[in-house]
Design a protein around this ligand. Sequence first.
Ligand code: BES
Ligand code: ZN
Length: 641
Amino acid sequence: MKDRVVVSILALSLAAAGCSQQDAEPAVDPERDAPGVEMEASWRTLSADEVRDAFTYANYQDVRVTHLDLDLAVDFETKTLSGAAVLDFERLREDASILVLDANDLAIETVEAYADGEWVVTTYQLGPDDAVLGSRFEIDLPDGAERVRVAYATSPEAEGIQWLTPEQTAGKEHPFLFTQFQPLYARTMAPLQDTPAVRITYDAHLTTPPELVAVMSARQDESGVRDGDYSFKMSQPIPSYLIALAVGDIEFKAISDNVGVYAENYILDASAAEFEDTPAMVDAIEALYGPYRWGRYDLIVLPPSFPFGGMENPRLSFMTPTLIAGDKSLTNVVAHELAHSWSGNLVTNSNWRDAWLNEGFTSYVENRTMEALYGPERAVMERALDKASLLRDVAEADSPALTALKMPADLEHPDAAFSQVSYAGGMFFLKFLEERFGRDAFDAFLASYFEEYAFQSITTEDFLAYFEDRLWAEQPDAVTKAEIDAWIFEPGFPESIENPQSDAFERVEAQLNAWLGGGAVEGLETGAWTTHEWLHFIGQMPSTITTEQMAALDARFDLSASQNAEIANAWYLKAIPAGYEPAFDPLDDFLVRVGRGKFIYRLYQSLADNERREWAMGVYKRARPGYHPIAQRRIDAIFAE
Ligand code: BES
Ligand code: ZN
């Protein structure tokens, strides 16, 4: 073993509690630096078995789907999509005689194969329904078959599709539907090889009620008429989890020639204003990492039950309305989803075990984008907040293996790969490389990486091989292999992790401490505080805070009623364990109004953990019908404990 330093979970928790952390000395690898000692072996390439995605039934290493053609009717009465999916494929093994797809909750009607110039009915087997994976859908391939056609319908309970009644929308007049397929729900919309290892192009034709608009993560027909007949084309190969669809009373507002926003009318203008810096974000990322390769970039602001902050569907990011704060304070989420156009959508993790390749790189590009647009002070505040969340997630992890960037082979569900370990952990690893190799060299390297692997799905080991050949070969003394291994393969985070220093946050801490030490609440000078400073202030409030102290803050700053969803969420997370009663009515309202998982999972968990289980179940009973199926499943599990 080398003198690798892994920060223990205890040390991380201490740091999370605000204890100071010393800036680490760059670690020295004695072997590597010693003259005459050979360089250590590089990272080995993985075997086909080792890279195989465990969350798909697909036989994609033998037969690979290359193109999907969807023809679906959107029926709000039955809450189904029905029609046909045609899949083109290529054989990687000549003797392959079956095509194995993923299907989840699909009613399969007929299966045909196209061979020798005609469609013929073919046999298939649909396996038992696994709670995570759905069903193995095995299609027998006649000799010479090059495509299959499946006639089918989705289920009203499809986990990747949320059907909203008119009452659940802002306009109250029309129904709405949107999909969310990452990480493994595309198979609830169509039979597919539902793994990020497989990239496909797609065409889609949809019929909807004529008064509604349909949008997809693809180029749409130019007409722009609302007629219930819509065609789409995605001609760049993408993984299945990036197929996306929304249908509703949706309007469009341009932000620039190439960027615009879709939303229900009530929030359209506010969304266009909130996101007006998006074109500048595109410019900033292009300047750093090379061209945006997807044509237009639009955003759609979904109803509040959208379970994520944002989802990087290509050409059309899906966004939560909780970002519309009125002051652009939460637009790092736009930078993030846009950044996925390089990290994630262009270069994709081929396995969810490598999720940090998507989310860590994206968090890094996001932060660089925020720095380019708004300056280093905002970027460093965002990293400081991210680091606090990272330390929290490391401390709360179910197992040490889930605190390494490369996720373990026995990962139970892809969701476990999406903690701050992949996001902030990955970002801080890249920050470490940036610091060691220098910004200029690192920027050039990242740009070349996106170019080299464009439209490919790769593993952590592929990245490391490229890193070794390029960046590391240029500056062999900048890092040691032991350091890289510690960051990627060992639990916890090395001491070389950045300690983001924000002067603004230091001033916030000084004020907090003065107040906690007995100062008057009137003494807090918060006038010029940004959302970030508020989040730091609330986050740093100790668990010993009294209800009287919370009441004093609330009386002066009205935090229980904050219209900024991040601030409100942070405040409720302190109010619950403190038993601060006046926050509970607004919290009830928040939980019913907002379906974003990042907020509500923690809030319900905290309520359950702090003797508010009954109360929380009462709120959940009212809120649940409005939540997305993904959120329902997660919160059901909290109350089933
Ligand atoms: N790709 C994710 C959302 C996601 C992750 C969906 C895992 C399904 C499974 C998206 O890019 C994302 O990370 N969104 C974040 C915002 C970001 C700024 C951290 C979110 O939803 O909060
Ligand atoms: Zn992301």
